[in-house]
Design a protein around this ligand. Structure first.
Ligand SMILES: [Zn+2]
Length: 300
């Protein structure tokens, strides 16, 4: 966390300089002053809570899709709600007229103001964020990005959120709380992804992982796939269809005409499967070797 502008701290800095000057002796020809300026505002920010920024699944999917689909940089605006002082929700993205060259993106000077004018007031009020792609580079801001952020903030009175995403889906985020002269950096922010009902997807994922049982190697339970074959005779006297239902550990895997999903067979499962295949072959041709069925849609 750091201040956006240092102005407010100038009197404190000057006071520190004045005190140092008091200690200068007559024989001194040089004086060095050095201190960590972050100490100046540490006290001011020590009790601040981490703001929470939620990105809805809709907005996240659009972000991933845009960044993934474009081989150059591109930028978008974010529509953001602020239900509480320290809670922000990114609900949607808006693309705007822009020009891209190599590794930089800038709004189109001619078209951007026209586009801005076409935005209704309610939407404009929620346009509180900007994001851009770093394609395959790291998702940390360049010097040009930081300069652009400072320029953009001259028109902002309350807050603004900046995002950078790359094709590895790494997201960088900073919240500029202009009102309180503070930049919340990545480590100062709780970034969450939420579904349309506002449920935290990380929490959901953690709950789903409880379904996975880790079995020590060599003690894997062997489940034999079971097969349920139904032969149907078609109108034609000579043609039959067979619907094949395969289940594995009680869970249906495939039905007639659909592809059998890949299964990580154990050797025992593989043998059982092959034995059953042979049985099916036998049924197919019959003991007299006569082909008496029509069979398709089953794959090993
Ligand atoms: Zn950038």
């Amino acid at each position: 966390m750091k201040p956006i502008k240092i102005d407010a701290y100038i009197p404190t800095i000057m006071e520190t300089v004045r005190k140092s000057l008091e200690n200068v002796k007559a024989c001194d020809t040089k004086m060095n002053l050095s201190w960590d300026i972050s100490d100046l505002f540490k006290a001011a920010v020590k009790d601040l809570l981490k703001p929470r920024i939620d990105i809805t699944s809709d907005a996240l999917v659009k972000m991933i899709s845009l960044v993934g689909s474009c081989s150059t940089e591109l930028a978008w605006h974010c529509l953001i709600d602020r239900p509480e002082t320290d809670h922000f929700i990114v609900t949607d993205l808006l693309m705007y007229p822009q020009e891209v060259n190599g590794t930089a993106v800038d709004s189109n000077d001619e078209k951007y103001p026209i586009w801005l004018n076409s935005i209704d007031d309610a939407t404009f009020e929620r346009m509180k964020g900007q994001g851009h792609s770093h394609v395959n580079m790291q998702s940390t801001p360049s010097a040009a990005d930081t300069t652009f952020y400072q320029k953009l903030l001259t028109n902002i009175r309350d807050y603004y959120i900046f995002f950078i995403m790359n094709k590895r889906q790494e997201i960088w985020v900073n919240l500029y709380d202009v009102q309180n002269n503070l930049i919340y950096e990545e480590k100062d922010i709780v970034l969450s992804f939420v579904d349309s009902a506002g449920n935290d997807i990380d929490l959901w994922t953690a709950e789903q992982l409880d379904f996975i049982e880790k079995t020590p190697l060599g003690q894997k339970k062997i489940e034999i796939p079971t097969f349920n074959t139904q032969v149907e005779r078609k109108n034609n006297d000579f043609e039959y269809t067979r619907s094949e239902r395969v289940s594995y550990a009680g869970v249906p895997l495939t039905v007639y005409g659909t592809e059998l999903p890949e299964i990580a067979w154990t050797p025992a499962e593989r043998t059982a499967h092959q034995n059953r295949q042979r049985e099916l072959q036998f049924e197919e041709y019959g003991s007299n070797g006569r082909y008496n069925g029509y069979f398709s849609g089953y794959r090993d």
